[in-house]
Design a protein around this ligand. Structure first.
Ligand SMILES: [Zn+2]
Length: 351
C-alpha cells in the first residue's frame, strides 16, 4: 500500500482515533573495524538482529496496546557482536547464530502489521537502518507508510522543548512501571507504545511557536508530526561566487525556492536571517507542510564566497531550533552571540 492511500489530512481527531499506530524497535549489530566485510559500513551502518513492535489503537473509548511482535534475526554481514553493541543489549556473539533470515522475519512482520497503519519509532534512526537492510536484501527500500517520531512528539507535548530524551527518561516522566529490562526490541517497543498512549491522552502545554494556534488539541498536533518517510526531503545546491559574505547572502536570499517534494512554490513563514556564515529561513508547502532553508557560506581556494543552500522538509519540532537561532539574531544581529558567553550545552543524541 502506498502512503497516499493512508492520507493523513482530512477530518481532524476522528482520523487519529481510527489510526493504528505500530511502534517499532529494532536492535542492530555494527561493523567491527578490524574485521573485513563485503559491504561498505557507510552503506550498511547496522545490521538488524531483532525486530520488536507493538500496535496502539483506539477501541471502545481507550487506547489499547497489542501483544508485542518479536523476532530474532541471524545477520549475514556483521556476524560477530560489536563490543559497544553488546554493552547495551543483553546478548553475546553466539546469540547471533540463532534467529530467522531477515527476509522471512520482515515478511512476517509486515503481515502482522496489516494494511493501513502509521509506523512509529523513538527517533528516526530505526527507519534509516531498516532502509539500508531492505537494500542489503535486494528489496525496495521504501517504507510505504506514514511515520511518526515519538521522541520529538514527546519533546513537544510533554516538555515543550527541543531536547532529545531517552525512552527510559520518558518512562520515568510518566511514572510507567518498569517490569522488563530495556534494550530488548519487544520490551522497548512496549515501553515506547506506553509512552505514545500517555502522549495521546495529554493536554498539550502552551507553546510560543508562531504558526501554532493555542487552541490546538493534542490529536491535531500528533497529526502534524506524521510524515511520509519516502519523500525526497532535501535539495542542495551551490550559489554563484561573490566578493563578500554580505553580497553572497543578500543575493542568495532572493532566489526563488520550491518544495523539495513536489516542486510547488513556497509560502514564507520566517524570512532568511544571517548569523555569521550561516543563514536560516522557514517555509511552508500547502501539501508538505514545513520546510527549512539553510545556507552555509564558504570561501573557495581563490578567496571568493559562495553558499551551499539546503532546502529540507522538516517536522514541526525542528522549527523550534530555527526559532532559537532567530532569537539569537534578534538579540545580537548577524554577528551572533559573542563567543565568551556561548554556553557549552552540547548533549549527545540519546536513543
Ligand atoms: Zn510540497
Amino acid at each position: 500500500m502506498s502512503t497516499s492511500d493512508t492520507n493523513i489530512s482530512g477530518s481532524k481527531e476522528d482520523h487519529i482515533r481510527n489510526t493504528t499506530f505500530i511502534v517499532i524497535d529494532f536492535e542492530w549489530n555494527q561493523p567491527i573495524s578490524w574485521i573485513k566485510t563485503s559491504i561498505d559500513p557507510k552503506i550498511l551502518p547496522g545490521e538488524i538482529i531483532e525486530i520488536g513492535a507493538v500496535k496502539v489503537s483506539f477501541n471502545e473509548g481507550e487506547w489499547i496496546l497489542s501483544k508485542p511482535f518479536h523476532r530474532l534475526i541471524r545477520p549475514v554481514c556483521y556476524t560477530v557482536l560489536n563490543k559497544s553493541v553488546a554493552r547495551v543489549i543483553n546478548k553475546v556473539s553466539s546469540d547471533l547464530k540463532c534467529g530467522d533470515r531477515f527476509d522471512k522475519a520482515y515478511k512476517e512482520f509486515m503481515s502482522w502489521c496489516g494494511s493501513d497503519f502509521v509506523i512509529c519509532g523513538w527517533g528516526n534512526s530505526d527507519l534509516g537502518i531498516l532502509k539500508s537492510n531492505l537494500r542489503l536484501h535486494g528489496q525496495n527500500s521504501d517504507i510505504g507508510h506514514p511515520f511518526l517520531d515519538i521522541q520529538s512528539l514527546f519533546s513537544r507535548l510533554a516538555e515543550d522543548s527541543s531536547r532529545q530524551r531517552s525512552v527510559e527518561y520518558a518512562v520515568d516522566f510518566f511514572g510507567i512501571t518498569k517490569r522488563q529490562v530495556f534494550h530488548e526490541a519487544h520490551q522497548d517497543a512496549h515501553y515506547t507504545a506506553q509512552i505514545l498512549r500517555q502522549l495521546l491522552l495529554l493536554t498539550p502545554s502552551k507553546t510560543d511557536e508562531v504558526h501554532v494556534e493555542e487552541t490546538e488539541s493534542t490529536l491535531e498536533i500528533v497529526k502534524k508530526f506524521i510524515y511520509d518517510p519516502d519523500l525526497n526531503v532535501k535539495i542542495s545546491y551551490n550559489t554563484d561566487l561573490f566578493y563578500t559574505w554580505e553580497k553572497c547572502f543578500s543575493y542568495s536570499q532572493k532566489q526563488e525556492l520550491a518544495c523539495p517534494a513536489c516542486g510547488e512554490s513556497l509560502i514564507e513563514e520566517l524570512p532568511w536571517f544571517r548569523i555569521k556564515k550561516s543563514a536560516f529561513s522557514v517555509w511552508r508547502c500547502e501539501k508538505h507542510q514545513f520546510i527549512r532553508g539553510r545556507m552555509r557560506m564558504k570561501k573557495n581556494p581563490v578567496g571568493k564566497i559562495y553558499a551551499t543552500v539546503d532546502i529540507q522538509l522538516i517536522i514541526p519540532s525542528e522549527i523550534r531550533k530555527v526559532q532559537e537561532k532567530h532569537m539569537e539574531y534578534l538579540e545580537f544581529g548577524a554577528e551572533g552571540k559573542p563567543k565568551e558567553i556561548i554556553e557549552v550545552s552540547l548533549e549527545p543524541e540519546q536513543k
